[in-house]
Design a protein around this ligand. Sequence first.
Ligand code: BGC
Length: 346
Amino acid sequence: MGHKIGKPICFGSLRQSAVKSTRRASVPLSADRYCSTHTSRTCSAPPKHQINNKPSFVKEFSTTNNIMSLHVKARCEIYPRTKDVKRCPVPDDKVPWNVDFLEYAPVEFTSATVLSQPEWADPVDPSGIEFNCIDKSNNVDRRSYEGDFAVIDGYPRNPRGRTGVTGRGSLGRWGPNHAADPIVTRWKRDDKNSKVLAHDGKPILQFVAVQRRDCGEWALPGGMVNPGENRTATLMREFGEEALNSLEATDEQKIRINKVLFDFFQAGHTIYRGYVDDPRNTDNVWMETKAINFHDESGKGVGAFNLHAGDDAADVQWMDIDSSLKLYASHIDFIRSTVDHLKAHW
Ligand code: BGC
């Protein structure tokens, strides 16, 4: 889930929309030509009702994945895990960079932890970084599932538009920060091992949900992709650590866990890959993920494992899926697509 320190994978056909610029300048954090570099906490706020009304241009944001559109969580009022870092409000119609927004005055924010440059974070100055490619010197994948993104004055620009904050916030990498999310599912069964059907006659699906320690929200047991690590390795590692507490397992248990997980994680169905509407995103950094469904049809493999929360997870459970679920970031969208894929109850 968090930042931990492993071959890059191929990206599918991606939308090529943004203009690449390699201009560099010493002035930091100007994410569009209208941004200022100040750290003011005030700017002209649009009326509240404008923030969530879906405008007609929403389609402009659809990717090949077609799950998420206009980012909303990336415009949440207060930046996560801060008390007073208030985003400059960005009304829906001002999100796209190609729409003029002369009053736009984003707040600049990079957390003290990120500025201290732990091993998972980039240098303060991104001018030495090559974007839109695999950065071989650091073994970091700097490509976006959204296609080439713009780099303005040396600073990468969020491909989904304005967020009201510049800098890196609490994310370590300039540009895309890659994660991977395993959606591990089984059918809910009764004492006689029959599938439990909902009122609509469809079987109820369960997935492995973890409760995140950082915000208390229920989520997929995903995590950040380590340098050089392929996505399957990230998925297995995160699932093992958070849902099976593999970090504290005995050697014998570890061998058994790894054997079952290795086989199970070979055949997955990709549910989503692309930008994530994450509250940590800024104009210069953003989350992307690949969410893959691994389904245990018989419930006798991973579906029969006893779950034990570990690492960044405070709790773990096989959670019933229906339309009332509330989950972290965009995870509910991934679950909804999985339900459609497996023709389960919603
Ligand atoms: C989480 C993933 C999530 C991603 C984007 C990562 O920190 O571990 O589960 O999909 O952020 O929100």
